[in-house]
Design a protein around this ligand. Structure first.
Ligand code: ALA
Length: 564
């Protein structure tokens, strides 16, 4: 059965079970907490929480889709038998329609009856102190004649959320095997019973179902292949690539050219940040292989996939790729020459090569079979990258007059990455300080200014009298308790009016742009701000107030420090 038939069969099956078929959403999601769409459920997040009504929008509480998905986290795995960056995910979803019994029965019926493929074994959630073991799913599988039922923990059988927060829950997963020896986890059936926020699980009012089955892996099982690259989704691409190329590189080239085609067609352009940076890396790695077959690959992809994805557009893909090719080809050979001078390459040197010649991590890592970059890790490289971005961002903020782009008075001062790290910790501490002052002293406290160096934060606020030692101690303790709770610092972009209405604190003297960022720490603190902040309060360190004094009538000043 061809992949095209599989897509059709899947959607028709779920349509016959009362599901509304919903088109794939773009690879560029609405959800600002993720870079790219990683799962079918992403476009449906609001339906699980009840913020949106599936009945009204789809005429059914149940939906099914074939979703374009992209997982940056799998990029180092590409080249093996089953991992990809871009992939297609078949999924059925229910928003308080059906739950475990029906979703397991549907999955079993589709795999064993519709496709005639036996299930090798399934896994269920084994339970933790917080989330009970999923005995219900075990009983349902047993009733369907499946006897190999394995228990797995949080790591394997608890899914989600995507991004910082969202629906998530225990899963049951289906594993299959074919005669050729191909084997894979093909279907992940998630029971969205929880909502994760600030690291905590809250029970959702209504339970939902979210399933995902990789089309490529399913095709491998059904088409009796040993790996996904032998299926009809890839075989013609593999044939285009030069026969003498090693198999792993061929697979990477096939994966990346597919990903590039879909990303560009969804409007991503190569750049040095976010989704554009992901695309640039894929393109440059492909270019570095020097196959000269890129246009042919793109043509084949559009021919092969364009029927199902009409947005695929060769007239968009080719010029974007050619432009990047031209740009990168100019520096590629000098970059490689420079790279060849190193006997062994560390993260700092690798970043320098990226900065000067545009060589992405993957190209450096793969050079001469990875011999010279044996000790180079992606984490260390990304650390260098992040430091650099923080420095340039801080530089920009200084130019705009300090404390983020949004505040007029007060300043973030850092002259290098080290200082910036401290300033960032102090900046988050300053948000916590303002929130704590308001909790201890009352809402009359409002910001009058702030000034942050790598040594200390200085925060001015309205209050009519000197603080008592007890009040200072209380504020300090409150800030430290929030720090030790380890809350994630969340950032959301929104319209200014919406931000103000949300109750976020803002500095009334400041003129804000119409789109602003709102940083929040649990329900403790919420402020309009340009950042940067630490990702989690646990990184702030120990907070201490050094001095409290009056600087004008009705205005107090606090100096505070943080220790590692
Ligand atoms: N959302 C689940 C996954 O991506 C189904 O595996």
């Amino acid at each position: 059965m061809s992949a095209e038939e599989l897509r059709k069969k899947f959607l028709e099956f779920f349509k016959s079970k009362g599901h509304a078929v919903v088109p794939s959403s773009s690879l560029l999601p609405d959800d600002p907490s993720v870079l790219l769409t990683t799962a079918g459920m992403q476009q449906f997040k609001k339906y699980y929480t009840g913020e949106a009504d599936a009945m009204r929008d789809f005429g059914s509480k149940n939906t099914a889709s074939v979703q374009k998905s992209f997982r940056t986290s799998d990029i180092d795995e590409v080249g093996d038998d089953s991992h990809l960056t871009f992939f297609e995910m078949l999924g059925n979803f229910s928003f308080s329609g059906y739950f475990k019994k029906e979703s397991i029965q549907y999955a079993d019926e589709f795999i064993t009856k519709e496709l005639g493929v036996p299930i090798s074994f399934v896994t269920i959630f084994g339970g933790t102190a917080e989330v009970p073991k999923d005995e219900e799913s075990r009983e349902i599988w047993k009733s369907l004649g499946i006897s190999d039922i394995r228990e797995m923990g949080m790591e394997d059988n608890f899914w989600g959320p995507t991004g910082n927060e969202g629906p998530c829950g225990p899963t049951t997963e289906i594993y299959c095997e074919n005669k050729a020896g191909g084997r894979a986890e093909i279907w992940n059936v998630v029971f969205n019973e929880y909502y994760k926020k600030d690291g905590r699980l809250q029970k959702l009012k209504n339970s939902g179902v979210d399933t995902g089955m990789g089309l490529e892996r399913l095709a491998m099982i059904v088409q009796n292949k040993k790996n996904i690259f032998e299926t009809d989704l890839f075989s013609s691409l593999m044939e285009i690539l030069p026969a003498e190329m090693d198999i792993k590189t061929k697979r990477i080239a096939a994966d990346h050219s597919r990903a590039i085609s879909f990303l560009v067609s969804d409007g991503v352009a190569p750049s040095n940040k976010e989704a554009g940076y992901v695309l640039r890396r894929l393109m440059r790695r492909l270019i570095s292989y020097g196959t000269g077959k890129e246009s042919q690959l793109f043509k084949e992809i559009v021919a092969n996939y364009g029927g199902f994805y009409p947005e695929l557009n060769l007239e968009k893909i080719l010029p974007v790729f050619n432009q990047e090719n031209e740009k990168f080809s100019r520096t590629l050979s000098s970059g490689i020459k420079e790279l060849s001078k190193f006997q062994s390459i560390d993260a700092k040197a690798a970043f320098k090569l990226y900065e000067s010649y545009g060589l992405p991590f993957e190209v450096i890592k793969e050079y001469e079979d990875g011999e010279r970059a044996k000790n180079l890790t992606r984490e260390a490289f990304e650390d260098e990258f992040r430091k650099h971005q923080e420095i340039s961002r801080a530089g920009q903020e200084k130019k705009f007059g300090g404390h983020g782009l949004l505040l007029d008075t007060g300043e973030l001062k850092a002259k290098d990455a080290e200082e910036l790290k401290k300033v960032t910790r102090l900046h988050t501490a300053t948000h916590l300080l303002q929130a704590a002052l308001r909790k201890v002293l009352g809402d009359e406290v409002s910001q009058k200014g702030s000034d942050i160096t790598s040594e200390r934060t200085r925060f001015d606020f309205s209050f009519p009298r000197k603080l008592t030692p007890e009040e200072i101690k209380k504020v300090e303790e409150l800030v430290n308790s929030v720090i030790s709770e380890g809350f994630n610092v969340q950032v959301e972009e929104m319209d200014l009016e919406e931000a103000k209405k949300s109750g976020a604190l803002y500095f009334f003297k400041e003129k804000y742009p119409s789109r602003v960022k709102v940083y929040s720490v649990g329900s403790f603190s919420k402020e309009l701000c340009g950042g940067p902040h630490v990702p989690n309060t646990s990184e702030v360190g120990k907070f201490a107030i050094i001095k409290e004094e009056g600087i004008a009538s009705g205005v107090r000043r606090i100096r505070a420090e943080v220790m590692p």
